[in-house]
Design a protein around this ligand. Structure first.
Ligand SMILES: Cc1cc2nc3c(=O)[nH]c(=O)nc-3n(C[C@H](O)[C@H](O)[C@H](O)COP(=O)(O)OP(=O)(O)OC[C@H]3O[C@@H](n4cnc5c(N)ncnc54)[C@H](O)[C@@H]3O)c2cc1C
Length: 377
């Protein structure tokens, strides 16, 4: 959506395909880093963007073994909004859709699921998509795969994927919010267990980190055991864990960290999670995907406008610009995930604030800031 907006604003004609009929899905994460607010400011959208319901955090707090600690403080950053914003991703995407709609070159096709690539003369020339009325073919000078970590575009393109593995999965569920609850999103750390609670007004969106493929074991221990475990990690939710009355109320989100060796082929480019799928650790994947979109728009808007052939060397420039920050952040995520897993079994380690939290405390930065692109078109 961000790439669609940026290109349409520059005058390019494009179609965004979205397989669902709306953006209303929970499983996406909501954290917007200062780099994204800075971009909105540069695009002249910040004032209207800030009217969309969101929370602003200058500091990130966590409860570690019962004690509250500040793990990040953004207030010293010299940017338009030195905050971490929490905005439901459907609101964010609807905002972009609304801002894109007036541009004559922009078209958003919902309920359009890409199922195939049209390859002719050894070049991707477009896609096949499943629509309510049947299959359609859409031809284009360039196909950009922005279809996330299970990207069909990258699968069909046979671009080699390097899997760095992720030892964690996430359980995703809601619990009600009550008067007297803490006022902002935060993390609870207890004996190597981690739960992140996102304030969504009248409920908490909870993300509970578990060992990869450990959900079956949790289920085998029974719902009551799970309730007890949650209440130990975040004692203030003890009075409502029973709202989780069945396993159907809990979604298992599989986490992966991988990347494409090469993000492009003739007529095709992958960006965002399709090029480098991110773990939820650090809540940074959305912001990296947005920066990929900015770099792509900066490098391609002119040749697209002039209807020049998009060459491999143009696409390589995008990967060269973006692969390094994505890999660095992925390496940090792997480091943190391994630290989390070590703590699950090592009681001595559990007593100390983890190294990554100590480092965060000391060097709070927007992880996307060092790789930010100003929008040029
Ligand atoms: C459990 C979990 C929590 C996370 N929490 C956060 C967080 O708090 N903050 C953060 O910054 N990052 C978070 N991340 C990472 C973040 O979700 C991703 O890095 C980010 O969403 C990538 O953006 P994207 O646009 O590349 O892909 P996505 O956001 O996955 O978007 C892909 C889009 O393509 C559509 N699509 C898929 N297949 C097709 C198809 N065949 N045809 C048409 N459309 C298709 C999908 O419906 C979707 O709208 C989290 C990840 C996980 C697994």
């Amino acid at each position: 959506m961000m790439l669609g907006y940026l290109l349409a604003r520059a005058g390019v004609t494009l179609i965004v395909l979205e397989k669902h009929k709306d953006f209303f899905r929970d499983f996406r994460g909501d954290t917007l880093h200062p780099s994204t607010f800075q971009l909105m400011d540069e695009l002249g959208l910040l004032r209207s963007f800030l009217k969309v319901y969101h929370q602003e955090l200058q500091q990130l707090k966590a409860v570690y073994n019962g004690k509250e600690v500040t793990i990040a403080d953004f207030s010293h950053l010299k940017v338009a909004k030195p905050i971490l914003g929490l905005m439901a991703q459907w609101d964010f995407l609807n905002f972009l859709a609304e801002k894109s709609a007036p541009y004559p070159g922009f078209q958003l096709l919902r309920e359009a699921e890409v199922t195939g690539l049209i390859v002719e003369n050894e070049r991707v020339q477009g896609v096949k998509a499943k629509r309510p009325g049947g299959e359609v073919e859409i031809r284009a000078g360039l196909v950009v795969g922005t279809d996330g970590r299970s990207s069909i575009v990258r699968k069909l393109s046979n671009l080699p994927v390097i899997n760095t593995g992720a030892p964690i999965d996430v359980l995703w569920f809601r619990l009600s919010r009550k008067v007297g609850d803490p006022g902002q999103a935060f993390g609870c750390f207890d004996k190597g267990r981690i739960m992140i609670l996102i304030d969504r007004g009248d409920y908490w969106q909870c993300a509970y980190i578990i060992v990869k493929e450990g959900f079956q074991e949790i289920q085998a221990r029974g719902m009551e055991g799970f309730h007890r475990e949650l209440a130990e990690v975040a004692p203030f939710i003890q009075d409502r864990v029973s709202e989780l009355a069945g396993w159907g109320m809990i979604s298992l989100l599989s986490v992966s960290i991988d990347y494409l060796e090469q993000w492009y082929a003739e007529g095709l480019l992958c960006i965002g999670d399709a090029a480098h799928s991110m773990s939820p650790i650090g809540g940074v994947g959305i912001n990296l995907a947005i920066q990929d979109a900015v770099a792509t728009a900066n490098i391609l808007y002119r040749p697209l406008l002039e209807k020049r052939k998009i060459t491999l060397s143009m696409l390589k420039k995008i990967q060269d610009r973006r692969a390094f920050p994505a890999r660095i952040v992925q390496k940090m995520q792997v480091f943190i995930q391994n630290g989390i897993m070590q703590r699950k079994t090592n009681i001595r380690l559990q007593k100390r604030l983890p190294l990554f939290l100590r480092l965060l405390k000391r060097f709070t930065q927007d992880p996307c800031a060092f790789c930010r692109n100003g929008y040029q078109a």
